[in-house]
Design a protein around this ligand. Structure first.
Ligand SMILES: NC(=O)c1ccc[n+]([C@@H]2O[C@H](COP(=O)([O-])OP(=O)(O)OC[C@H]3O[C@@H](n4cnc5c(N)ncnc54)[C@H](OP(=O)(O)O)[C@@H]3O)[C@@H](O)[C@H]2O)c1
Length: 284
């Protein structure tokens, strides 16, 4: 059985949908914090059990019969996230899972200003010492383009701090790839990078946005201090602004400039490009 956590979240919810296209529902289980939000999966014949990274006993029970467990990286910013991940890994090992998979991030490592990368690196380290076989799905960046680009449709410009190359993937592609990895004939060992075939910059986003809008969208580089001050004056909490800035600072060092063909190979097609992704927003 394949057990998936975070199945009431966006990424792993979509992963379960893709799994249902590949294997029978009785081979799929989910461990979710609130089973009442997973009745659609139970209706499809998926085993639904309650589990939380904060409750090791329930978690272990929810992982029973697992050959593979896919762990979502926690979104609980108030918690010690690495401790949560350790508890989840311990529960999967305790339940006898042969392989543990984890949704990590491209560029995971301890040597960058962007805090999530260290969390993912610490979790991968714990996985590597767990005794179970493991796979880390190092997804490129994804999320709401408005947070990355600002209000370019109104202002006609992408006014953000200086950036460097990075991969901006479509979360739907990440989910499809995860399902492909979980059902592959041959297992994937250790970290795998799931990136665009070629990294992008905000200048590339400006070019794509210009193409879609049919008018010139400028890329304007804003000084770090000014950008943080402007964000705070618009009502963004200072720690959130500084956190976002740290991401741009990490991209500048070339930390995300490599790319890997694995995502393309798993999908059997090109991943959705940034133009595809912006067009999708346009037609929503
Ligand atoms: N690569 C990137 O650029 C990128 C971008 C955004 C996020 N992420 C990471 O990727 C993860 C998945 O992304 P997403 O878009 O699917 O986010 P999401 O929709 O917020 O899903 C997060 C999931 O984590 C679950 N969760 C939170 N705390 C938990 C706990 N204590 N025990 C068990 N499950 C817990 C949530 O459960 P509930 O459904 O019960 O709330 C939810 O299902 C995020 O949590 C974040 O760590 C990566």
């Amino acid at each position: 059985m394949i057990i998936v956590t975070g199945a009431t979240g966006t990424l792993n919810g979509a992963t379960v949908d893709h799994l249902l296209k590949r294997i029978p529902p009785e081979q799929i289980g989910v461990s979710v914090r609130d089973p009442s939000r997973a009745t659609h999966l139970a209706d499809h014949g998926v085993r639904v059990r309650q589990g939380s990274y904060d409750n090791p006993a329930a978690l272990r029970q929810s992982f029973a019969d697992a050959e593979q467990v896919l762990l979502v990286s926690s979104s609980d910013l108030t918690a010690d996230v690495v401790a949560q991940h350790r508890r989840a890994i311990d529960a999967a090992v305790g339940a006898g899972a042969q392989r543990i998979l984890y949704t990590s991030t491209h560029g995971a490592g301890f040597d960058t200003p962007y805090p999530p990368l260290g969390i993912h690196a610490a979790t991968e380290q714990y996985l590597s010492e767990s005794g179970a076989a493991w796979t880390s799905l190092r997804n490129g960046f994804y999320g709401d383009p408005a947070q990355l680009l600002g209000a370019w449709e109104e202002t006609g410009e992408i006014a953000m701090p200086a950036d460097g190359p990075f991969s901006w993937i479509d979360r739907r592609d990440a989910a499809e790839a995860a399902a492909a990895v979980l059902t592959a004939d041959e297992p994937f060992e250790g970290p795998i990078d799931l990136t665009l075939p070629k990294p992008v910059t905000l200048a590339d986003f400006a070019a794509s946005a210009s193409e879609i809008a049919g008018r010139r969208i400028e890329r304007v580089v804003v000084d770090d201090k000014k950008w943080v001050a402007d964000a705070i004056s618009r009502g963004t909490p200072e720690e959130v602004a500084r956190f976002t800035l740290s991401m741009f600072q990490a991209t500048r060092s070339g930390h995300f400039s490599d790319s890997d063909p694995t995502l393309t190979r798993l999908l059997g097609r090109s991943p959705r490009s940034i133009t595809d992704q912006l067009k999708d927003l346009d037609t929503r």
